[in-house]
Design a binder for this molecule. Structure first.
Ligand code: F6P
Length: 474
């Protein structure tokens, strides 16, 4: 196969600098973890931002970073603090992120930040043009780089270019609010194949393309003058074996034993997310509060483990949310705690892999109730660790994972009564039923794991390009 250039905002390696010394860590998050699990099995190079600030003319440091990243099949695109503020914190996470997750009231429309978004997409384009070979396959990921496919098309007209969106594509009525809607769609249509997690996101994208750009579509194909662009569905999977296999690892077993000692024989409800307003953490805490209020017989018998991973901490809405969660946890614990029982165990921290798997395995119930979520890989990871079949997933119908995980207890996260009832249903479900539901979901998740997801995308991208060639030769 040709070389694969993977392009995303973040690299799988995050560099930090302390007093001039560089240290290298794994990047957290769905994209980095998922793509990070298979990219080395391809002849690939991953291009992205190493999350470190390097002065423009510090060539010595740049060379050092470049050499270290090369060992990991990675190549850097540097961003200045000004770019990070206006592109990453700004346009990506104060415009696209809230809007595409239907948080219209949090969306800012700032022309200056849009210009910096364009400038950063151009910087990515420049780097790719420098390193690309003519027959490389280029796979661009996520909302940070939606202009890039068209920019690349202008420089490399015959390149094979794929794009995958890891977040929802919103309905036309939401998308049309964006002042730069036309440019974003044209940017995406520079690709040969545009991939989404769910069928609904494709539908929304195609509807916006037709209504905003006037291009008709048929069977997922858009004809744009002399090119055909395909839109297709690829629900991202997880590294199933990694999660299922880790359960029996000694480090995980030790962690489980330690935690068991702490929680005793109480039932455990787990909530694990990046600290993000789309995840619905306050609603979830309020539902737990209502559960304890309405069903006092469970007081002292369940522990709620709340893990919130710090994320986008420079952004005001994230800071305000952190404060709201801190207060809610305090309020619930103040209301119900006794001398030997704390209802909510709250961790504002990144969990290492072994601790994460131990928490999944330990939990009787996972409460995964985002208000809106492109996919939600944690729901899948939880199911994969249930190697003995026991454990119940409560999943929001607003998560992209819901159509695939229909055997979970599906809830509307805004319906507090329904979430309260779902918690009780999960806590009282028979072991036979838990095992049967998990068995069906596990089979599905094992079959379409992250490696198959990538293979499927790349095969269909090859196919789309072949089709394009045949068409232009006619
Ligand atoms: O869900 C979209 C996404 O970009 C993921 O791919 C990633 O894991 C997560 O958001 C984290 O985002 P950030 O790069 O802003 O930390």
């Amino acid at each position: 196969m040709n070389r694969l250039l993977i392009v995303s905002n973040r690299l799988p390696i995050k560099i930090t600098k302390q007093k001039g010394d560089l240290s290298f860590e794994r990047t957290a998050g769905g994209l980095a973890t998922g793509v990070g699990s298979f990219y080395k099995s391809y002849n690939s190079l991953w291009i992205g931002w190493p999350a470190v600030n390097v002065r423009k003319n510090n060539l010595e440091e740049k060379n050092r970073i470049c050499a270290a990243l090369r060992e990991e099949q990675c190549h850097p695109v540097y961003l200045s603090p000004y770019d990070v503020k206006n592109y990453y914190d700004g346009f990506c996470n104060n415009t696209i992120w809230p809007l595409f997750h239907y948080f219209n009231h949090l969306t800012e429309y700032d022309n200056h930040q849009w210009k910096v978004y364009k400038k950063v997409n151009e910087a990515f384009c420049e780097t790719i043009v420098e390193v690309a070979n003519p027959d490389d396959t280029i796979w661009v990921h996520d909302y940070h780089l939606m202009l890039l496919p068209q920019m690349l098309r202008e420089h490399l007209p015959n390149a094979e270019i794929g794009f995958f969106l890891h977040i929802p594509f919103p309905s036309y009525e939401i998308f049309r609010l964006l002042p730069w809607r036309k440019e974003i769609l044209e940017g995406l249509l520079g690709a040969d194949l545009v991939g989404f997690h769910t069928y609904d996101y494709i539908r929304h994208f195609l509807s916006s393309v037709r209504r905003i750009l006037g291009y008709e579509h048929s069977l997922g194909e858009v004809v744009t003058g002399n090119r055909v662009v395909r839109a297709d569905m690829f629900p991202m999977g997880i590294d199933y074996q990694q999660f299922a296999g880790a359960v029996s690892e000694p480090a995980v077993q030790e962690e489980i034993a330690r935690a068991r000692g702490q929680y005793g024989d109480r039932k455990i409800i787990l909530s694990f997310d990046r600290l993000d307003y789309t995840k619905g953490i306050p609603l979830r805490l309020e539902a737990f509060d209502a559960f304890l209020e309405k069903k006092p017989e469970y007081r002292g018998k369940v522990s709620f483990i709340l893990v919130a991973v710090p994320s986008r901490t420079a952004i005001e809405h994230y800071q305000a949310l952190k404060q709201q969660i801190d207060e809610l946890v305090g309020r619930i614990n103040g209301k119900y705690a006794t001398t030997n029982w704390v209802p909510v165990h709250y961790f504002y921290n990144y969990l290492p892999f072994e601790a994460l798997v131990a928490n999944y395995k330990l939990a009787d119930v996972a409460l995964v109730t985002p208000i809106r979520d492109g996919m939600n890989l944690m729901a899948k990871e939880f199911v994969a660790t249930k190697t003995d079949g026991r454990g119940v997933l409560i999943l929001s119908e607003m998560a992209g994972a819901a159509p695939e995980l229909g055997e979970a207890v599906i809830v509307n996260p805004n319906d507090r009564e329904a979430v309260v009832e779902a918690i009780e249903t999960a806590l009282t479900m028979s072991e036979e039923e838990q095992t049967e539901r998990n068995r069906i979901m596990q089979k599905r998740l094992r079959r379409y794991d992250v490696t198959n997801w990538a293979g499927d995308f790349i095969n269909r991208l090859d196919d789309a390009c072949l089709h394009q060639q045949t068409r232009s030769e006619q």
